[in-house]
Design a protein around this ligand. Sequence first.
Ligand code: NAD
Ligand code: UDP
Length: 334
Amino acid sequence: MILVTGGAGYIGSHACVALLSTGEDVVVFDNFCNSSPIALERVQKICGRPLTVVEGDVRDQAALEKVLTQYGCTSVMHFAGLKSVQDSVAQPLEYYDQNVIGSHRLLRAMQATGVRKIVFSSSATVYGTPQFLPYTEEHPLSAVNPYGRTKLMIEEMLRDQYASDTSWAVAILRYFNPVGAHESGLIGEDPKGVPNNLVPFVAQVAIGRRERLNIWGNDYETPDGTGVRDYIHVMDLAAGHVSALKVLDQPQCFSVNLGTGAGSSVLEVVRAFETASGRAIPFDIKPRRAGDIDAYYAATDYASKLLGWSATRSLQTMCADHWRWQSSNPNGYA
Ligand code: NAD
Ligand code: UDP
């Protein structure tokens, strides 16, 4: 049995599909602060298999210990946390509380119940300003905002815990830019309020919920001047988690990139989404967004060597699948 914290969220729900599809049993632990229980009903519909849902907060160590014991969990995938860079700047204490203290309580609960296998959702943001590209896992680590610092602190906590007890098995997965949705169109990303991220915003323009896209800068050091990122299909990302869990059959601690290795510019994403949706995406060029970097993308050699995994889906597939979800659920899970 695998405990999936934050399993109702965007990436967690897709990971649940991947886990159930490979025959694993899953108990989701989520407080639904940024998600809907409907996502988990849809996961079960896609897989034709049940999962268990427990509502709770990862800062509640006693509740976690109870779930780990009651369901006989042998491993944990830890997605629960807050993820907005902007909000983390405005409310840093909330971010340290939910992300850092939440992870600490989870590790305590694991220690108390003898569960020592964990896959953690980290982010390429821990590499900070690129000193070279692609980012390899050896790139120096630094964080440039409170959200990034929470991820870095949790990574350090995990490495320290492994150093103190090498019977643990710890996978730190550094995600690049997850987009897309399960091919069924039944689950996908459902951001609350105005989306900060590019693809959800573009999708809402395509469906008519927003009028125009703002492109934050076209004077970057990139081929067309707009920012370049490594977009990865969320189902490729989910498959990466299943591969990581297999490797954790042996005690060890590793950090690995989950990306495609290829960068796409904002304009390339807009064009791909126009093709996928058959709709025009009107946009305005606006000044640069504070804190944005020109370009970054993943080195993928270590992931393919260590996990035997690599991303296979193209940007066009990411946009087509994202559009299927958005067009069949114009208001998300609401
Ligand atoms: P999400 O907000 O869709 O999912 C997070 C889930 O955790 C939600 O279901 C939310 O209700 C739950 N949650 C939050 N705080 C909780 C708490 N204290 N107790 C219990 N449940 C709680 O986000 P996502 O995009 O699926 O991201 C999942 C993880 O991946 C996060 O840790 C995020 O930081 C990390 N990550 C995301 C991205 C991205 O671009 N989406 C990139 C890198 C890393
Ligand atoms: N972006 C944009 N308009 C938006 C949202 C994002 O032009 O409404 C750009 C942003 O400047 C960056 C890229 O799209 O170059 C990806 O941004 P996102 O917020 O999705 O991811 P991150 O910056 O965290 O990599």
